[in-house]
Design a protein around this ligand. Structure first.
Ligand code: NAD
Length: 264
């Protein structure tokens, strides 16, 4: 029997691509799409992106997901709403696959509690592209041997949060593997921000430009050498196999997990 799935943030760039991918995926049935309407948008537009307008429940709040007997919901809204939606899904006993970045720590703690105690599980995935998962893993491994490391992340100019969730996660994975944190020269930073933001003791530089999708470089430096690891998502299709496998497997996980590697 197919798993009943829904998309929250269904009219957005990621949400609409996800609706199409889920509607075509084996073993999944897209039953609901949630998105508040924006100027110039209609419910029919949102339903049409799924290619399944006749049976799809389209709504502007999570309650409709219960009526649609949703088992798994994919969250692709943004930093202002993702935390409350994650908690709201778990409170409604719906497994949550979260792609949006910027969950507030308080919401994450509450979600972890709900996912451990209740019947619904949560999988938070900063990047669904398999290449990005491999790049993060390689960066963490390389940092064991080359602890001097900085991250440059590059995204389209519509991205609302910086640094990206992928960059933050990469820094955390590096911090878990590095035996020591080398001094990171700040120099005389004449313009604030020139040396980037610091997360988990790793410097992160964020580029925002039209034409970009989602890209990241991790540069490690050693005596007389550098190692550059780079991943490019050239199209949002790159995220879809990861989204599909996350929906298929989230119910088999324990509690709340972070990272696509849990379902690979
Ligand atoms: P977008 O602005 O194009 O889409 C967001 C959509 O969410 C909009 O249609 C908006 O109306 C809707 N929305 C806002 N508040 C809502 C709410 N409370 N309930 C339901 N819908 C709501 O953004 P995007 O480019 O699609 O990115 C969405 C998120 O996904 C961002 O946080 C981005 O960083 C993240 N992202 C994650 C990955 C990944 O692999 N995990 C990849 C790309 C983007």
């Amino acid at each position: 029997m197919s798993i009943r799935v829904a998309v929250v943030g269904a009219a957005g760039r990621m949400g609409s691509t996800t609706c199409r991918a889920l509607a075509d995926a084996e073993g999944l049935e897209l039953v609901a799409a949630v998105d508040p309407l924006r100027a110039g948008q209609s419910l029919a537009d949102v339903a049409a992106v799924s290619g399944n307008a006749s049976s799809l429940v389209v709504a502007d709040n999570l309650d409709a997901l219960v009526a649609a007997k949703t088992e798994v919901a994919v969250e692709f809204t943004g930093p202002g709403s993702v935390g409350a939606n994650l908690v709201g899904l778990l409170e409604r006993n719906i497994h949550a696959v979260v792609g949006a970045t910027g969950i507030a720590l308080g919401d994450l703690d509450r979600a972890r509690e709900l996912a451990e105690r209740g019947p619904a599980r949560a999988l938070v995935v900063p990047n669904f592209a398999i290449g990005a998962v491999l790049m993060m893993r390689a960066a963490a491994e390389a940092a064991k041997y080359l602890p001097h490391v900085e991250i440059i992340e590059l995204h389209h100019d519509g991205k609302v949060d910086a640094p990206s969730g992928t960059a933050l996660r990469t820094a955390e994975l590096i911090a878990q593997q590095r035996a020591s944190v080398p001094d990171s020269p700040g120099g005389d930073e004449r313009h604030p921000g020139a040396r980037g933001a610091i997360h988990a003791d790793v410097r992160i530089h964020s580029v925002r430009l039209p034409g970009l999708v989602a890209h990241q470089e991790v540069i490690l430096g050693g005596a007389g050498q550098t190692l550059t690891l780079r991943h490019d998502s050239l199209d949002r299709e790159s995220f879809m196999p990861g989204v599909v496998v996350a929906c298929q497997r989230v119910s088999t996980l324990a509690g709340l997990s972070v990272g696509l590697e849990h379902v690979l």
